[in-house]
Design a binder for this molecule. Structure first.
Ligand SMILES: Nc1ncnc2c1ncn2[C@@H]1O[C@H](COP(=O)(O)OP(=O)(O)O)[C@@H](O)[C@H]1O
Ligand SMILES: [Mg+2]
Length: 483
């Protein structure tokens, strides 16, 4: 049955079962209809019902009422970390392996590249990436889209609005923009640049430089013999202005990892998570040793290989602690301005790709934003990740990621519990819904002219458990009234 949910009477009430997602050519005509409890807990014979992760413990474990689910959702997932734990313990969700049909797939981007175009998906099916997510998540495309959007704003709205896009460091793609880069390089002698491969992560392949000779390999056609031109081309990189004055805490550089969930691009509907973390470098900041990755790259993957890395202490702060720290140093107004500037980064970057990304109702995406703050409290966007790490480096980290994923699944709402009017679900606040979303505080709506307050709470209290309890209780009561 194409494109429709299936309802079946029986047992304690109507039971909602789903169709399927399969490769177009292999699509099965039979849809299995079963109650959640009918599924074997352990279909593959593996110890699946027990979380394998060392930090795993039950987060937001289902209450008796929540367990009373009428849905059965077949999920697939290729990674083994916090995500698997969260999916496996979700009431009514059942894991499928290999070629089995699925309703929900947390896929990796390589699967998407190879299979998305050949996969048939029923109406209800959801998948964890947009088809051309790379328009935002590859470093060169992100900058290209932001530059284009800035020009468009300048043309259509004016210079002031366009200037709100000035949150990414000057960037050139190499080798294609080599000549333009050299022009810029000569205009600003003595500064530091950073070279980053366009599509790698975890700090891999990155280096800092101050001399053109360090990037000889990216010289476009210059000095290359015809033989060399046939060689394997160099990997595409971006050369980006290095932020030489990062805000330091205890003499160390850091950047922020923040999570944004996009449910749709047209209209743009995006949620911001209250938690996130600050990732510190393990070594005091200095510009005198540009080759030392432990000083300049704040990726956890880099820092944890440092000889004096202490796994107990780690190199992370929760973003709440950071917000409090800044407030004590600079006062609440300066911090409010900083966090508003961070919100602006999310919105403008998403708008810059809004018309480019293929907005498909089957897709959602949980982005990991990397943001650096400088000594003037200006935030800079370094990159947006399509597959932010979901592996946990500590108990606190596990807790954050497990809750983040649970709340993501609440919003994806395979169980069809939400009304669509929610402004908050767990730790997520609706930040943009085809326009800015106003905050409601103690029943006061701030949307009126002059007193608009954005509905974002990055680094604020995250009382998600209480909120979820209230939300699901009120949804349950509404359903009772209408049925
Ligand atoms: N323009 C920049 N100025 C200062 N530091 C930077 C800049 N770009 C990147 N970094 C540092 O390098 C790290 C890795 O860069 P990023 O762009 O996030 O690439 P990756 O995909 O490898 O994580 C960042 O977390 C940050 O610490
Ligand atoms: Mg990064």
């Amino acid at each position: 049955m194409d494109g429709a949910e299936r309802w079946e009477e029986g047992g304690s009430g109507p039971k909602r079962c789903f169709g399927n997602a399969t490769h177009r050519r292999e699509r099965h005509s039979v849809v299995v209809l079963r109650q959640a409890g009918d599924y074997p807990r352990n279909p593959g014979g593996n110890a699946m019902s027990k979380p394998k992760n060392q930090y795993a413990k039950s987060h937001g474990a289902p209450k008796a009422k929540e367990r009373d689910q009428k849905v059965c959702i077949r999920f697939k997932c290729t990674v083994m970390n916090t995500l698997t734990d969260v999916l496996r313990r979700r009431p009514g969700w059942v894991e499928v392996k290999d070629e089995g049909e699925w309703d929900f797939y947390w896929c990796d981007v390589s699967w998407l590249r190879e299979n998305f175009d050949h996969t048939y998906m029923d109406e209800h099916v959801r998948i964890s990436h947009f088809r051309n997510h790379y328009e935002l998540t590859r470093k060169n495309y992100m900058v290209k889209n932001l530059k284009r959007f800035r020009k468009q704003l300048e043309r259509e709205v004016g210079k002031l609005e366009a200037a709100k896009c000035d949150f990414f460091p000057k960037t050139f793609e190499l080798p294609s923009d080599y000549h333009l880069f050299v022009e810029e390089f000569r205009k600003t002698p003595g500064i530091t640049w950073i070279m980053k491969p366009v599509a790698r992560s975890q700090g891999k392949g990155i280096f800092l430089f101050r001399k053109l000779k360090d990037i000889m390999d990216w010289r476009k056609d210059v000095g290359r013999s015809d033989d060399q031109k046939d060689d394997i081309p160099v990997e595409n990189y971006v050369a980006q202005r290095y932020i030489e004055n990062p805000y330091l805490i205890g003499g160390r550089k850091f950047d922020l990892r923040v999570y944004v969930l996009v449910m749709s691009y047209i209209p743009l509907r995006a949620w911001l998570y209250r938690d996130g973390f600050v990732r510190f470098s393990n070594t005091r900041f200095t510009l005198s040793s540009i080759d030392d990755h432990y000083v300049h790259l704040t990726n956890v993957a880099v820092q944890k290989t440092s000889p004096d890395y202490d796994p107990e202490k780690g190199c992370k702060w929760m973003i709440q602690r950071f917000r409090q720290y800044l407030t004590s140093k600079h006062g609440p107004e300066a911090v409010e301005t900083l966090f508003q500037d961070v919100d602006n980064i999310f919105i403008k970057s998403l708008q810059s790709v809004q018309k480019v990304i293929i907005s498909d109702k089957h897709c959602f995406e949980l982005y990991g934003y990397d943001i650096l703050i400088d000594q003037d409290l200006k935030p800079w966007l370094l990159e947006v990740n399509a597959s932010p790490s979901l592996a946990a480096s500590s108990q606190e980290d596990y807790q954050l990621k497990a809750c983040l994923l649970e709340d993501t699944l609440h919003i994806v709402d395979m169980e069809a519990r939400l009304t669509g009017k929610e402004k908050r679900v767990g730790g997520f606040d609706l930040m943009w819904n085809d326009g800015p979303v106003s905050r409601e505080e103690e029943g006061i709506d701030t949307s009126g002219a002059g007193n608009f307050v954005a509905n974002t709470h990055l680094g604020c209290d995250n009382d998600r458990k209480k909120q979820l309890r209230q939300l699901f209780r009120s949804l349950h009561n509404q359903k009772k009234v209408t049925s």
